[in-house]
Design a protein around this ligand. Structure first.
Ligand code: IMP
Length: 182
């Protein structure tokens, strides 16, 4: 059931497509991190649905932790300013870290996080994002696992919000520009 009918211009990625791709990513990560006991760091809030599905597709030993960083607020554009609102619970020295993110847009958020995490001396750091908007990138960033490359449109659902709405949708939808231009 979708209570937001007219706010959504169209469905970009269906629930079935999401589940299939997340399972593929889970299999790939399980193979790449076999016997490495990786720590998956979920970037809140947007990454929580992706992490929950991804972790259930892993067939290897792993742990999870969470970080919360400042996002766009109620706007649809990045400022490049990142603040840590919630830090990791544990020391990550010597751990194989995989950052799990909902979407890479300009890349500012993740390049800041990569730098911040690298300073804590993990054994390795990689990035796994569900969505990527390559045409919007403003910083040079290596993204190791990408679920879907998408066009430059503002999307919501499957953890992603606009002004804290739409996170519970089971699909990725394009937000009608009418919603943020009014
Ligand atoms: P970046 O720093 O520009 O790469 O932006 C990353 C963050 O911006 C993501 O973690 C999201 O919180 C937010 N964001 C970017 N594009 C979208 C979108 O299309 N829908 C919802 N949130 C977005």
């Amino acid at each position: 059931m979708n209570p937001f009918g007219e706010d959504i211009a169209r469905v970009l990625i269906t629930e079935e497509e999401l589940q299939k791709r997340v399972a593929e990513l889970g299999a790939q990560i399980s193979s790449d991190y076999f016997d490495k006991n990786p720590l998956l760091i979920c970037v809140l809030k947007g990454g929580y649905v992706f992490l929950a599905d991804l972790t259930r597709c892993l067939t290897i030993r792993h742990a999870i932790d969470f970080m919360a960083v400042s996002s766009y607020g109620n706007s649809t554009r990045s400022t490049g300013v990142v603040a840590i609102l919630k830090d990791l619970d544990r020391d990550i020295t010597g751990r194989h870290v995989l950052i799990v993110e909902d979407i890479v847009d300009t890349g500012y958020t993740l390049s800041y996080l990569m730098e911040n995490i690298r300073l804590r001396s993990p054994a390795s750091v990689r990035i796994c994002t569900l969505l990527s908007k390559p045409s919007r990138r403003e910083v040079d960033l290596k993204v190791d696992y990408v679920g879907f490359e998408i066009p430059n449109e503002f999307v919501i659902g499957y953890g992603l919000d606009y002004a804290e709405h739409y996170r519970g949708l089971r699909f990725i939808g394009v937000l009608s520009p009418r919603v943020y231009s009014q």
